[in-house]
Design a binder for this molecule. Sequence first.
Ligand SMILES: Cc1ncc(COP(=O)(O)O)c(C=O)c1O
Length: 298
Amino acid sequence: MASKVWIDGGVRDASQARVPVFDRGFLYGDSVYEVLRTFGGRPFALDEHLDRLERSAERIGLVLPERSQIEKATRASIVATREPECYLRIMVTRGAGPIGLDPALADAPRLVVMALPLVLPEERLYHDGVAVALVSARRNVAGAPGAVDPQVKSGNYLNSVVGVAEARRHRAYEALLCDGVGRLAEGSSSNLFLVRGGRLATPPLSVGLLEGITRRHVIALARRLGLAVDELALWPVDLEHAEEAFLTSSVRGVMPIVRLSTLQREEKTIGLGRPGEITKRVGEAYLKAAEEMSRAAG
Ligand SMILES: Cc1ncc(COP(=O)(O)O)c(C=O)c1O
């Protein structure tokens, strides 16, 4: 398996890729990043991921390298892996410099692109569905003074890290984080959808969540399939009573949820306790559409 990393202007074996300890990504999580995968060897929705990277960078005043350079690094890393399908992680740190929080201390942005063999979740998880746990870690509240906007995909994921640790203690696959007032926001690295009355429902961006690229594609696709999609505030009780539920993310695609561990640590079955028909339909349609779109993008 060939894992390759673009760093400091060229592709290297992953084992040879090094970041200096004075890099601000390492010191402070002062970085932005994207994760995507290839379909048929081509990066899926690269433009949308680079748009989001630019929005994240702009919100924290980080100046990115030229977009053409990021694209070049991404494609060069994919080619170098010689893998049929890759996991791609595109990162830009603010650079290195003397210790101190002032961004002006940074020298120049550092671009790192990891291209790793794609390892998808085990098939049985799609077949049987997964458990999620509501956790006490909270998502930064959108618009709260002083809090970094959850729309920024930055190198600081501590809320999510702590949330996942809590979820694992309850043997759950993914942590669900709420906002400051207890509304459902999203998973630690995924977005959440419910099926209620045959319609899809997902928390709105105003709750404070990362606008997933998969979330956006799933909303558009569901509407094309004739399914209504509501973006509205949802509470844990809505999940408990949902007919079906699923997670979305670039690597996982559409992952069915069948069990919930509540904040009181009660175990609840979601729907019939197995992946629902609408979830399966959306999941299959998403995979097909992603393959077709990647092929068309060339
Ligand atoms: C916090 C968070 N929410 C949602 C997602 C899903 O986003 P996407 O569908 O773009 O992968 C991610 C992806 O890593 C994430 O980190």
